[in-house]
Design a binder for this molecule. Structure first.
Ligand code: GLU
Ligand code: ZN
Length: 477
């Protein structure tokens, strides 16, 4: 590669950062860093009706949270390539569109919505599979144009596709791909309101911003020949394209925003206490596999290992279990200090005169190896502090045993006399009961656990007693 590598992530601010978008951004970022290039964020905001206030900033913030930091963006512009938002460059697109019209590569089209849908219906009823504009405006006479203008019609500009041409390109993911120009109708490049369409603006921008490679979602594959036609007319060299495969859910269906079993937005993961490093690692393996099946990669390792030729050419399955495993792995590997700092916002609400911040954070460490996300600590603490005692049959049976009342009253008696509550003293207490009664195993521990937590599983008993404190435990018993 002789040119400096420049890649981009080009979100439309029509929503918040989604798994698929984050993955595209990640792979472009890795590509840039791998080859000492620049990673650019450009905003494709021409779909003005669908733009959402705040979406642009939150996407960039969420990417930064993930560690995907842009070298250039609307907030960090290189004057050579500015502006970084399409709506700020309408004049530029217009200039290039007019150039195409002048050269006979594009033309004004005065058709209105009704005429276009009629054209579409007619083609469909004649058995045509995909609609193609019938070029009725390609050679309008002066008089026809005058008439349209008199009617007050405002034209759009269409690109005139060449006929009989094959657009071939070497896709970074799928190898050689080709499309026939004859299958593609003359498409709109400038709408009648003066706003360019995606396919046009993206070419002008990628060219002006000197983008060398472009990794994007499979849904854009069929746009690529349209873009190649524009490159050809301008005599510009296109970037190298790579179209990443779709993400599927465990049922093998394309991930859709309606899949409620899978969280799709970065903000949701943030709120639940997923660590950015874990998501970064997870996304890295969503469409890419290492040679040796290694699974854990930090950012530097990912940059080093990344090789675009190993981008997978079959759909990538979103595996929640793998994500949870990764997150718990990264949580376990935090230093205690850093874990406390991260978990504190989730459990702050439990702070009280008896449960001071220090104590609360000390306690939070008991959960460190048990959780898949930081929010779990809040939930588990809440279950302990505000339990519901709804016993199933098995629990009821356990509690109705004679041994249960024996253990329970002995435990109560001994605990009330205990001065220091810690792992050693609570373990010793159970040992004494075992010695005195010969009740052991489940019969020994379960009644106490059920009575003080309402559940048959959870943290070690000595941690639970420590968290709840003597008085609360005694009252529950
Ligand atoms: N704005 C487009 C999108 O959101 C970008 C597509 C591209 O990368 O060319 O999908
Ligand atoms: Zn027309």
């Amino acid at each position: 590669m002789d040119k400096k590598v420049r890649v981009r992530y080009a979100p439309s601010p029509t929503g918040y950062l989604h798994i698929g978008g984050a993955r595209s951004a990640l792979f472009n970022y890795l590509f840039a860093k791998k080859y000492d290039g620049d990673f650019v964020i450009r905003i494709e905001d021409t779909d003005i009706e669908r733009n959402i206030e705040g979406a642009e900033k939150s996407q960039i913030d969420d990417l930064e949270w993930l560690g995907i930091v842009a070298d250039e963006s609307p907030y960090k512009m290189n004057p050579k390539y500015a502006p970084y938002r399409q709506m700020e460059k309408l004049d530029l697109y217009r200039k290039y569109a007019l150039e195409l019209v002048e050269k006979g590569y594009a033309y004004y089209c005065y058709c209105n919505e009704d005429e276009l849908s009629e054209m579409k219906e007619e083609q469909l009823s004649n058995g045509v599979k995909s609609f193609k504009y019938d070029r009725r405006c390609l050679n309008l006479t002066e008089e026809e144009i005058e008439n349209y203008k008199k009617e007050g019609r405002k034209p759009c500009i269409r690109l005139k596709m060449e006929s009989g041409v094959t657009f071939k390109f070497n896709d970074l993911v799928r190898g050689e791909v080709s499309f026939k120009s004859d299958d593609i109708g003359d498409f709109v490049i400038m709408k009648s309101n003066g706003i360019p369409t995606y396919n046009f603006a993206v070419v002008i921008d990628d060219h002006m911003m000197e983008i060398t490679h472009c990794l994007r979602g499979e849904e854009h594959l069929s746009n690529t020949p349209k873009q190649l036609q524009i490159y050809k007319y301008f005599n510009w060299e296109p970037p190298q394209f790579g179209h990443m495969t779709i993400i599927i859910n465990p049922n093998g269906k394309k991930l859709s925003k309606r899949d409620h079993n899978i969280l799709q937005f970065m903000s949701q993961y943030k709120e639940l206490g997923y660590l950015p490093e874990a998501i970064f690692n997870f996304l890295f393996l969503l469409g890419w596999t290492s040679e040796d099946n290694k699974e854990i990669f930090n950012k530097e390792e990912a940059i080093k290992a990344f090789d675009p030729s190993r981008l997978s050419s079959s759909p990538s399955m979103f595996d929640n279990k793998r994500l949870e495993y990764m997150n718990s792995y990264y949580i376990k590997n935090l230093s205690d200090e850093s874990y406390k700092e991260k978990v504190y916002p989730f459990i702050k609400e439990f702070e009280s005169a008896s449960l001071t911040k220090d104590k609360l954070l000390e306690i939070s460490l008991y959960f460190k190896n048990e959780i898949t996300k930081l929010y779990d600590v809040k939930q588990m603490l809440n279950d302990l502090l505000n339990p519901t005692f709804e016993f199933d049959d098995e629990a009821k049976q356990m509690l109705s045993k004679e041994s249960s009342s024996i253990v329970s009253s002995l435990f109560k008696e001994k605990l009330s006399k205990l001065e220091v509550i810690d792992e050693i003293s609570i373990k010793a207490l159970f040992k004494e009961i075992l010695k005195e009664t010969n009740i052991k195993g489940k019969d020994l521990y379960m009644p106490i656990r059920l009575k003080i937590t309402g559940k048959n599983h959870g943290l070690e008993m000595y941690h639970i007693v420590e968290i709840l404190g003597k008085d609360l435990v005694l009252s529950r018993l």
